[in-house]
Design a binder for this molecule. Sequence first.
Ligand code: CCH
Length: 292
Amino acid sequence: QAAKVQVNFVPTKEDYQQVYNKIAELLDEAGEYDDGSYGPVILRLAWHSSGTYDKETNTGGSNYATMRFEPEALHGANNGLNIARDLMEKIKKEFEWITYGDLWTLGGVAAVQEMQGPKIPWRPGRIDGFAADATPDGRLPDATQGSDHLRKIFGRMGFNDQEIVALSGAHALGRTHRDRSGFEGPWTFSPTTLTNDFFKLLFSETWTWKKWNGPKQLEDKATKSLMMLPTDYVLVQDKSFKKFARQYADDNDLFFRDFAKVVSRLFELGVPTQQFVTSEPWIMKSLEDQQD
Ligand code: CCH
C-alpha cells in the first residue's frame, strides 16, 4: 500500500473494490457484539453523515464527513456512532488515500450489500472538510415525533413521502440501544439480513405501547421482543405513508429497487456533481460475487 500514498496516486474502481472488501470482512469480525455484525451501526454512520443535508442552504451531507469533529460528533442523534467511526478508522489506516466521506458511504454500501440487500450504485469524489463545515444539531429525525416532523426533516433533504417510507425500511436492520438512544430492542427477527420484514411486521403484528420507564416505544403484543419507534408507527397511521408501506410489505423486489435508488441518492447529498470521478455510478461487487 505504501507506494499508493503518493501525491499523484489516482485510485481506480479496483482500488475502491479493495476497500469495499476490507470493510465487508470487518463487518463479520463482530463476535459477540450485538447480533454478530457491525453492518447496522456502519450503515447508520453513513446515513447520519448524509442526512444532515439542507437543500436550501446546500450545507451538510456526506461531502465533508464533519461528524469527525465536535460538536457534531457529540450530537445526541450520533450517540454510539463512535463505534462505527473507530471501525472505519482501521480501514483508513490501511487505505490512507480514501477520503472519510467516501469511506463512510462505501461502508454503508458494503453493509447493505453484505447483509443480503440490493446493490447500491455508488461513486467516489467526496473531499475531507473542516470543523467549520460541521452542521448544527437538530437536522436528523427525532424518533418521538410524528408525520409532520418526518416530512419536514426529510423534505429538507429533498425526499418525498415514497422515499421517506423506502428509507425507513432500513430498520429491518440492527437494533436500538438503551445507552445510545434510550430505546431498546430490534425491529425484526433477522436484524442482520435486509428484507421487507420491517413493513410486514408493521401490518401483521399488534403493536402496543411498552410499559416501562424508558422513552415511548411500541412492542409487538405476541412476543414483546420486537420494537417500533413512534416515527416507525407513523408509517402505518398516516394515509399517504401507509400506501407505500403496504406496497413494500407486499413486494420485496419493489422495496429493494426503491431502497437502492433512494439510498444511493442519500449518500450523495451535499456532494457537488463535478467532484465525482465518474458520471455513471459504480456497482461494487459483494464478497459473494467474487467467489470463484
Ligand atoms: Fe434509524 N434509528 N432512524 N434509520 N437506524 C436507529 C437505529 C438505526 C431513526 C431513529 C433511530 C433511518 C431513519 C430513522 C438505521 C438506519 C436508518 C435508532 C437507535 C434510532 C433512535 C439508535 C441506537 O440506540 O443505537 C429515525 C427517527 C428515523 C427516521 O425517522 C434511516 C433513513 C436509515 C438508513 C437508511 C440503522 C441501520 C439502525 C441500527 C443501528 C444499530 O446499531 O443497530
